[in-house]
Ligand binder design. Structure first.
Ligand code: PLP
Length: 308
């Protein structure tokens, strides 16, 4: 590839149902239930400095989501990992946002109009790394607000299955916009904290860290936080966190694959600490990136490998 002809994969690479292509050329049928009914599950794994972070955990969660939704694509877990690695290799990206989707598929011709008869398939892509919050926002601390909109109950849509039912989260994002906040945190029907649009939430009071036990995705970054608390000897509880506890917290942070650990400095207009990220949140954030620099849970990508 010469300088005059940049790689067609420079913007990212995609895989759809057995075929590889530049991400801008990827498409799915308009009649796919994945699109028409949000009948799809997905996962996102990050690549940082040429290595996947917790690849096995992401693919394991993806498989559990597909099983819950009774989706059976042709690809095995090992094949999915090979596809993701090949996508990153094609793109040449050292830092990437790598998504894997399983779509229900189109209604099967001549069969009852029921999702059970559709042929499920995998779509995936690797694009340059994205973060839900900008660097400035992370530096000053996120301004969070508790939304009026409640999170859809787990009895209706299981949040542990990563899904596209974002109506409540999107509505919360507009509530935050109207109130001048960066992000909304959604409560469940009982008034307990769940999560926000693409991130889990941790609350810190009197040196004790807590994160909700239900109503939210079992985030892989959240799992990393729980592990790092154990390493650092910081008490960490997985239990209901009420709206009142969050509003009165000493510190709060959000965490996600697309952004890492993002400390907050305000909640519902209240300034926490000195209007900057709090010390325990910063400790966990810094330890997270230090451990990652050491290769913690990393799967290096072989960029030189020849693909078929
Ligand atoms: N909650 C929701 C609704 C999400 O979409 C995400 C990630 O996209 C998270 C939490 C964080 O999960 P993870 O740390 O696995 O990226």
């Amino acid at each position: 590839m010469t300088e005059d002809s940049p790689s067609p994969y420079a913007a990212g690479a995609a895989y759809v149902d057995g075929r590889y292509m530049p991400v801008g050329q990827a498409s799915i049928p308009l009649t796919d239930w994945g699109y028409r009914r949000s009948d799809v599950t997905y996962d996102v794994v990050g690549v940082w400095e040429g290595a996947f972070f917790r690849l096995d955990d992401h693919v394991r969660r993806f498989r559990a989501s597909m099983d819950f939704l009774r989706m059976k694509p042709a690809e095995s877990d090992d094949q999915i990992k090979e596809i993701l690695e090949r996508l990153v290799r094609l793109s040449g990206l050292r830092s990437a946002y790598v998504a894997m989707d399983c779509l229900r598929g189109v209604p099967a011709p001549g069969m009852p109009r029921h999702p059970a008869y559709a042929r499920n398939y995998i779509a995936a892509f690797a694009v340059p790394w994205v973060s839900v919050a900008g660097a400035d926002m992370c530096e000053r601390g996120l301004h969070l607000m508790i939304a009026e909109t409640r999170r859809i109950p787990p009895e209706s849509v299981e949040p542990r299955v990563k899904n596209f039912h974002w109506g409540d989260l999107t509505r919360g994002q507009f509530e935050a916009l109207d109130k001048g906040a960066d992000f909304a945190v959604l409560l469940d029907a009982d008034g307990n904290v769940t999560e926000g649009a693409g991130f889990n939430i941790f609350s810190i009071t009197d040196g004790r860290v807590a994160t909700p036990d239900r109503g939210a995705l079992d985030g892989i970054t959240r799992l990393s936080m729980i592990e790092l608390c154990a390493e650092l000897g910081i008490p960490c509880e997985v239990r209901p966190v009420s709206a009142a506890e969050l509003r009165d917290a000493d510190e709060i942070f959000a965490c996600t694959t697309a952004g890492g650990v993002m400390p907050a400095s305000r909640i519902d207009g209240r300034i926490m600490g000195n209007d900057r990220p709090g010390p325990i949140s910063v400790l966990l954030r810094d330890r997270f990136w230090a451990r990652r620099a050491e290769g913690w849970h990393a799967t290096p990508i072989d960029y030189e490998k020849a693909d078929p």
